[in-house]
Design a protein around this ligand. Structure first.
Ligand code: ATP
Ligand code: MG
Length: 373
């Protein structure tokens, strides 16, 4: 999977940008606030129709202008695609593939896969379970379309059950449907647990191995999938998982009615990340947290490669800060395969990396680009 070229119009601080990229390592450097992250954000947008840091699309449109365009030439599954996103103030954005308007953002994900690592990703380790569930869900959705279906069905049931629990005291007849919702949530929940358990099993092995290389064997990363407490074995059959989830729901029925909240189910799952047996969330140093988060992302990319034979495009934003020399060397020397975009403030930091093409960015413009032989 390769981004061959990119054109931007009135996107963030880029009035106009166009460039061709190298199929291997693209190095983007420049001072703070010049547009390095903006460039990676544009590439990510073509794969997810979503920005990792903007709440609304209108934030991506250049100040005092009405419309932004992101266009990219992509090679994916041995085919060529031209993807385009048109963002307009006050109007719905438009997405195109080879000139044909796409109905959903999901259609983009099927063409360009990216794995982005940015400073905000420390949240993956540090924050609550939501960030880690989102990571699991995004990873599995990329590989298993049926998982995405189960997840949206579960979300629908969850929202409905939440309304029943919230309003039942004013409208007691709502309780007539509660058992049915519990049953269906246990059915769909069992599918979700099944997919998550199988994914975490593979993620564990891959992420631990990457992490071990990353820190020269000094620290050991371990992952554990934490789900509904009545589940004795998360690798059990979907039917058995269903029974266990239902059992947990029944034992919490009174508590749910009392608290008026949906207390049981895989919407509370977590992925426990430990370093040397201690929870990284509580005890990890800044560098350890960064190393663990990056290992998870690289493992996500590796698993995608193992399944599809293609590496997602790797976008590394400001990844070297806070890593010691050994860990920087790992990033620079051991991340191979597929196309990589890496940003950094100081070019001398990239010593040792086999760079394909370098871009120096200043004020939303490329002031120098150089291909390396
Ligand atoms: P750092 O090294 O600090 O991470 P960076 O090169 O990654 O910097 P970016 O985040 O890519 O910087 O770009 C930030 C610049 O883009 C800021 O100067 C900001 O004001 C500008 N910017 C952000 N959104 C818009 C917008 N909608 N229109 C115009 N300029 C914008
Ligand atoms: Mg930045």
């Amino acid at each position: 999977m390769i981004v061959q070229g990119l054109q931007l119009e009135q996107f963030r601080n880029y009035s106009h940008f166009e460039s061709e990229f190298h199929p291997k390592v693209n190095f983007i450097y420049g001072d703070n606030a010049q547009g390095k992250t903006n460039l990676l954000e544009a590439v990510t947008y073509l794969s997810t129709a979503h920005s990792h840091r903007a709440r609304y699309d209108k934030e991506l449109i250049q100040f005092q202008t009405e419309c932004a365009v992101i266009r990219g030439q992509i090679e994916s599954r041995n085919r060529a695609f031209c993807l385009e996103a048109k963002l307009m103030r006050g109007r719905t954005r438009q997405l195109y593939s080879n000139g044909v308007r796409l109905k959903t953002a999901g259609e983009l994900c099927g063409i360009l896969h990216t794995v982005l690592f940015c400073p905000e990703d420390l949240a993956l380790i540090r924050d609550g379970a939501v960030a880690r569930r989102r990571f699991l869900d995004q990873s599995i959705c990329q590989l298993r379309p049926r998982y995405a279906q189960a997840l949206s069905e579960y979300q629908r049931l969850y929202e409905h059950k939440t309304r029943i629990l919230r309003d039942w005291k004013d409208h007691p007849s709502l309780l007539d449907t509660l058992d049915d919702f519990n049953f269906r949530m246990a059915q769909t929940g069992a599918m979700i647990v099944h997919y998550r358990a199988h994914f975490v099993k593979r993620l564990k092995e891959t992420a631990s191995a990457i992490h071990c290389d990353f820190c020269g064997g000094r620290d050991a990363l371990s992952l554990e999938y934490a789900t509904v407490s009545t589940i004795q074995d998360d690798m059990a059959s979907v039917g058995t998982l269903f029974e266990w989830i239902l059992q947990h729901q029944n034992s919490h029925r009174a508590a749910e009615l009392e608290s008026r909240q949906c207390l049981t189910g895989p919407h509370k799952d977590d992925l426990l990340v430990s370093i040397n047996g201690q929870l990284a969330k509580q005890f990890g140093s800044q560098g350890q947290t960064r190393t663990a988060a990056l290992s998870l992302k690289l493992a996500q990319r590796e698993l995608f490669f193992q399944e599809t034979g293609e590496y997602p495009v790797l976008l590394l934003d400001d990844v070297l800060s806070e890593l010691d020399a050994g860990r920087q060397a790992f990033v620079l020397n051991h991340i191979q395969g597929g196309q990589i975009f890496i940003t950094c403030c100081e070019p001398e930091k990239l010593h040792g990396l086999e760079i394909g093409k370098t871009f120096q960015i200043h004020g939303g413009k490329v002031i120098e680009q150089k291909a390396h032989m």
